[in-house]
Ligand binder design. Structure first.
Ligand code: AMP
Length: 281
């Protein structure tokens, strides 16, 4: 696996490549969720490029940024063993040199849920992903459904700005007990880790209730809220039921919906979702 830290060096190397490139952007602290994106990437690209860049622009708290898990040496080894061809891991000053003054904002998707509770987060994501696309020029880029709003945001600006990359989504990978894998999970203490399984459980309970005939979103949200409120370690930030295509709020639940949730377990913020979509929808 070739490791490149410098943009200029990357572009020189990239210019010599003529095969189809699939990109997997990450913030490191690599887990099986990231590796499943690499598996998906291999179905599309002949050359797999992963990136590790903890993007300060998408953190709304410097404490959260500073405490974000990092283990570059281990990440390198895991990605190499997984068959990634190139790892691009630029420094902050490479990505944001002095005088950097541009942001990409997707109006509707930047302001709600993740955007509302993490101010400027969505602009930070859209800006860094645009930069990575412009530097790497991938044919395909793979993103996880785990960050569903982020996935829609990226699809949205790629379409609006005619960015020549095909966005591929990849299913959420979970631990055996249902907790969605996340780099932040290692920050949970054993009690918090136990309780964190309730997040996915509550989403499944919500869907079961819908299948039993409850079609009013407010009632489903209330039902999930009441269930999770019985766990002292969990503090709910939002629960929302939306259309998985256009992200509009759904009041009366039909065939297609996504339930999105953000909670704090202790001090650790976790997000998850459950998507019900028609096969050809
Ligand atoms: P991150 O390093 O958390 O920024 O995530 C990098 C990419 O991995 C994003 O596209 C995420 O949606 C994806 N990802 C994170 N966790 C998972 C998971 N449990 N399953 C699938 N994809 C994931």
């Amino acid at each position: 696996m070739k490791i490149i830290k410098n943009i200029f060096e990357f572009i020189e190397y990239r210019n010599k490549l003529s095969k189809k490139i699939a990109l997997v952007p990450t913030m490191g602290s690599i887990h099986e969720g990231h590796l499943s994106l690499v598996d998906t990437a291999k179905q599309y690209g002949e050359i797999i490029i992963a990136t590790i860049f903890i993007n300060p622009m998408q953190f709304n708290s410097s404490e959260d940024y500073k405490s974000y898990p990092k283990d570059f040496d281990q990440d390198k080894e895991i990605l190499q063993n997984k068959g990634v061809d190139i790892l691009f891991c630029p420094s902050i000053s490479e990505i944001y040199p002095d005088g950097f003054d541009t942001t990409i904002k997707v109006d509707f998707l930047s302001e709600l849920l993740e955007g509302k509770y993490r101010k400027d987060h969505m602009e930070g994501v859209a800006t860094v992903v645009t930069k990575l696309f412009n530097i790497i020029l991938p044919d395909y880029a793979i993103f996880g459904e785990k960050d569903f709003q982020q996935l829609l945001l990226i699809k949205s600006f790629v379409k609006d700005l005619n960015v020549p990359v095909k966005i591929i989504s990849s299913k959420t990978i979970r631990d055996k007990d249902g907790l969605a894998l996340s780099s932040r999970n290692i920050k949970l203490n054993p009690d918090e880790r136990n309780i964190a399984t309730e997040i996915n459980k509550s989403l499944i309970m919500g869907v079961e209730k819908i299948l039993l005939g409850e079609k009013n979103s407010k009632n489903i949200i209330e039902y999930i809220k009441i269930y999770l409120s019985s766990f002292n370690l969990i503090k709910i930030e939002y629960i929302s039921i939306r259309n998985p295509k256009n992200f509009e709020v759904i009041n009366k639940i039909n065939k297609e919906f996504v339930i999105l949730i953000a909670v704090y377990v202790g001090n650790i913020r976790l997000i998850d979702n459950i998507i019900i979509e028609e096969k050809n929808g």
